[in-house]
Design a binder for this molecule. Structure first.
Ligand code: ZN
Length: 176
């Protein structure tokens, strides 16, 4: 095995956005972007880098489970009431119990992120419409389109979650 066989050269393309990130890291490390990329791959293959877990997805799942639990609890209470008093729960009793339960319309939009991290795109949780982009300009345009879509198609404002997700979402390359 000669030197070239032991140390093969790799060549691949990265988006401009990723390249500028590498450049920044390289500057901090006083090395080249190429060297930073090599180190990252090296670390990953040595199991010193772990793949990022989807924190947001996990959080959403927790919320969804919490909501289901609350709903089951609520249904149970209604059944117990019905059994004990032989009539449905009164409107006033319902009002007291309900605040503990998430009952607002469109609960999906409140617990589901519209950002599809896997494909780097936005998906409307109400109708499944997709918003993807090829570059930064389109990305900004699509974020705006999504907001318009909510107003025009679903006649509602964005939920707190949707707003937060979109605000925090920064351009990280083209959708796949
Ligand atoms: Zn929609």
């Amino acid at each position: 095995m000669n030197y070239n066989q032991r140390n093969p050269i790799f060549s691949f393309r990265l988006s401009d956005y990723r390249k500028s990130k590498l450049d920044k890291l390289a500057k901090l490390d006083k090395t080249s972007a190429n060297e930073v990329a090599r180190k990252i791959i090296d670390k990953y293959l040595a199991n010193e880098l772990v793949e990022k877990t989807e924190d947001l997805d996990k959080e959403m799942l927790k919320l969804r489970i919490e909501k289901l639990k609350n709903e089951i609890e609520y249904q149970k209470l209604k059944i117990i009431y019905m059994k004990n008093f032989d009539k449905p729960m009164s409107a006033s009793a319902t009002r007291i119990i309900k605040p503990q339960i998430i009952t607002t319309e469109n609960t999906t939009a409140q617990i589901m992120s519209p950002y599809d991290a896997k494909n780097n795109r936005i998906q409307c949780v109400d109708c499944g419409s997709l918003f993807h982009w090829k570059n930064r300009d389109e990305f900004l345009q699509q974020k705006y389109e999504f907001e318009l879509h909510m107003t025009n198609k679903h006649n509602r404002a964005m939920t707190y979650l949707e707003k937060t997700v979109l605000t925090d979402l920064s351009f990280s390359g083209a959708s796949t």
